[in-house]
Design a protein around this ligand. Structure first.
Ligand code: MSP
Length: 507
C-alpha cells in the first residue's frame, strides 16, 4: 500500500508584497513534498493565505479597499508566487472560503462542547503585527514604546470581553505528549525551547475579539470574532475536508506528516495547535519543523524593517532553480541565515555551473561527438570503476534519513560530493585517451558517468526540478528514488538525447 504524506506551509498574511522569507518557507516545504513523491508516497502539499484579523483589516483600510476585495487582490499575488517558485502544491486555501468557515465553526463547537471554552474579560498586551498575546514579563519599553521581547513588535493594551480556551488545563498533557512524541518538534533546540516555555506555566488563552469585525463570528455570539490563530491553524484541516472525517482526503492525510513553519510562529503550532486538537479529540500532527529566519545582514528580513530582497526580481535575474538551490544549500535550516546576492552567485557558480552542470555537459557532449549518443556497458569493470560505485553507495546510504529528518543541508552537501567525485573520476580516467585504442573501457567509464549523473539528477530533482528534469529526460529515466535500494537506473545499452547548457556561469 502507498504511504500517505501530508505537508503544509504556513498560510501567508496577505498584508504586503511577498519576500524572501516567504519564498524560503515555501520552497523548503516543496522540496520535502517533491522528495516524498519520488520516493513513491501519495503526497498532499498545501499552501494558501491567512486573511482574517486586525492586521489584514488595517492593511485593507490603508489601501482604501473592503477587506475581502483587498484579500482577493493580494491573495492572487501569493498564488502567483507559488507558480514563480515552481511549487508543487496540490491546493491553495484561503481562510475566507466557505469550506474553511465550516471547519472553524465545527472545531469551535467541539471546544465549547468539551468544556474548554468559557466567556470572561481579557486585560493584557496584544501585538497586531504578530497577532499574538504577550505576558507582562515578555514586554519591555524601548524609546517610550512597549514592545515584545520575543519579536520586537509593538504591543498595545487591550481590555475587552473575550472567550478563553482553557490552555492551563493542558500543560501536563502537552508535556506528556512531547515526551511520547520525541520528534514532534524538530530541530531539538526548538523542542527544548517549547518544553521550557510550557514548564514555565500556561495561562488560559483569549480566543475571541470584540473590538473589530473582520473574522469568523463566534457561532453563538455574533459580537465576537474568533481569534485569528485559532481560525488560521484550522486551515490544515479544512483543506482536507474536515469536518467530513469520512472523506478520502481526511482519512488519507490526517494527522499531517509535517507542518513547516518559521521559528516566530512555533508557539502557535507546537503549543496552541496540539492543545486545541487534543481538546477536540482530534490527533495532533506528527511533526512541526521550525526553520530559522532569513536575515539581511543581522536583521530578520521583513516588510516593517524595509530590508527585503524581492524573490521575483532575483528569479528573473538568475533563474528559479538557482534561487531554490542557493536557499536550500546555504541557509542552515535550524538557525538563522544571512543571504546576499554575492553569495548566491558564488554558490551557483561553484556547485551548479562548475560542478553538476559541467559534469553533465562534458559527458553528454563527449558521447554526442564520439559515440553517436549511444553507450554500452561491458562486464569487466576496473578497480577504479568499482571504487566510485562503492564510494557513491556510501554517500547515498543515509540520504533518505537526512531528508526524513528535514536535514536538507547535509543531504545536498552529500549529493554535491557525488558530483565532485564523478568529475574527478572522469579527470583521472581520461576517456578521451581511449577513443582509438580501448573503446570497451571508454564505454564503461561513460556508462558509469551517466549512471552517476542520473542518480545525482534524481537526488537533486526536489531542489532544482527544472534543470534536473532536462537531464532525466535526455537519459530517458523516471524520477524514482528506489535506486537507493541498490538498483541500477540505466539499461546496459543506452541512447541519450542531446542536452543544452543547464547553468550559465554568472560573471
Ligand atoms: N499567517 C501566519 C501563519 C499562519 S499558519 C496557520 C504567518 N504568516 S507570515 O506571512 O507572516 O509568515 C509566513 C511564514 O514565513 C512563516 O513561517 C514565517 O516564519 C516565514 N517568514 C517570514 N519572514 C521570514 C524570514 N525573514 N525568514 C524566514 N522565514 C520567515 O506567520
Amino acid at each position: 500500500m502507498q504511504d500517505n504524506y501530508y505537508i503544509t506551509t504556513p498560510i501567508y498574511y496577505p498584508s504586503g508584497e511577498p519576500h524572501m522569507g516567504h519564498a524560503y518557507s515555501s520552497i523548503l516545504a516543496d522540496v520535502f513534498a517533491r522528495f516524498n513523491r519520488i520516493a513513491g508516497k501519495n503526497v498532499y502539499f498545501l499552501t494558501g493565505t491567512d486573511e482574517h484579523g486586525l492586521k489584514i483589516q488595517n492593511a485593507a483600510k490603508k489601501n482604501k479597499l473592503e477587506p475581502i476585495l483587498y484579500c482577493d487582490k493580494i491573495s492572487e499575488v501569493f498564488k502567483n508566487l507559488t507558480k514563480k517558485l515552481n511549487l508543487s502544491n496540490n491546493d491553495f486555501i484561503r481562510t475566507t472560503e466557505k469550506r474553511h468557515h465550516k471547519a472553524v465553526n465545527d472545531l469551535w463547537n467541539k471546544l465549547v462542547k468539551s468544556g474548554d471554552i468559557y466567556l470572561s474579560k481579557y486585560k493584557g498586551w496584544y501585538s497586531v503585527s504578530d497577532e499574538a498575546y504577550y505576558d507582562e514579563n515578555e514586554i519591555i519599553e524601548k524609546e517610550g514604546k512597549k514592545i515584545s521581547t520575543f519579536s520586537g513588535s509593538l504591543v498595545e493594551w487591550v481590555e475587552e470581553d473575550s472567550y478563553f480556551f482553557k490552555l492551563s488545563a493542558w500543560e501536563k498533557k502537552l508535556l506528556k505528549f512531547y515526551e511520547e512524541n520525541k520528534k514532534f518538534i524538530l530541530p531539538n533546540s526548538r523542542r527544548n525551547e517549547v518544553i521550557n516555555f510550557v514548564k514555565g506555566g500556561l495561562r488560559d488563552l483569549s480566543v475571541s475579539r470584540t473590538s473589530f469585525s473582520w473574522g469568523i463570528k463566534v457561532p453563538e455570539n455574533n459580537k465576537h470574532v474568533i481569534y485569528v490563530w485559532l481560525d488560521a491553524l484550522t486551515n490544515y484541516l479544512s483543506a482536507i475536508e474536515y469536518p467530513n472525517i469520512d472523506s478520502k482526503l481526511y482519512k488519507n492525510f490526517w494527522p499531517a506528516s509535517v507542518h513547516v513553519i518559521g521559528k516566530d510562529i512555533l508557539r502557535f503550532h507546537a503549543i496552541y495547535w496540539p492543545a486545541f486538537l487534543l481538546a477536540a479529540n482530534i490527533s495532533p500532527p506528527k511533526r512541526v519543523f521550525s526553520h530559522g529566519w532569513i536575515l539581511s545582514g543581522e536583521e530578520k528580513m521583513s516588510k516593517s524593517k524595509g530590508n527585503i530582497l524581492n524573490p521575483i526580481e532575483i528569479i528573473e535575474k538568475y533563474g528559479i532553480d538557482q534561487l531554490r538551490y542557493y536557499l536550500m544549500k546555504e541557509v542552515s535550516h535550524g538557525s538563522d541565515g544571512s543571504i546576499s546576492l554575492k553569495n548566491l552567485e558564488k554558490c551557483v557558480n561553484s556547485d551548479l555551473a562548475n560542478n553538476y552542470g559541467n559534469l553533465c555537459q562534458r559527458v553528454f557532449s563527449f558521447i554526442k561527438n564520439n559515440c553517436d549518443n549511444t553507450v554500452l556497458m561491458n562486464n569487466n569493470l576496473s578497480k577504479n570503476d568499482k571504487n566510485i560505485i562503492q564510494e557513491t553507495k556510501n554517500l547515498t546510504k543515509d540520504l533518505s534519513d537526512l531528508m526524513n529528518n528535514q536535514n536538507l543541508n547535509s543531504y545536498i552537501k552529500k549529493v554535491i560530493d557525488i558530483s565532485f567525485l564523478t568529475n574527478k573520476y572522469i579527470n583521472d580516467e581520461e576517456p578521451w585517451k581511449l577513443k582509438n585504442n580501448n573503446r570497451e573501457k571508454m564505454n564503461n567509464i561513460l556508462h558509469i558517468a551517466l549512471e552517476q549523473i542520473g542518480m545525482i539528477s534524481i537526488l537533486l530533482n526536489p531542489i532544482i526540478p527544472i534543470s534536473t528534469s532536462k537531464v532525466l529526460d535526455a537519459l530517458n529515466i523516471k524520477k524514482d528514488i528506489s535506486f537507493l535500494k541498490n538498483k541500477n537506473i540505466l539499461p546496459k545499452k543506452i541512447k541519450i538525447k542531446n542536452l543544452d547548457i543547464l547553468f550559465n556561469k554568472i560573471n
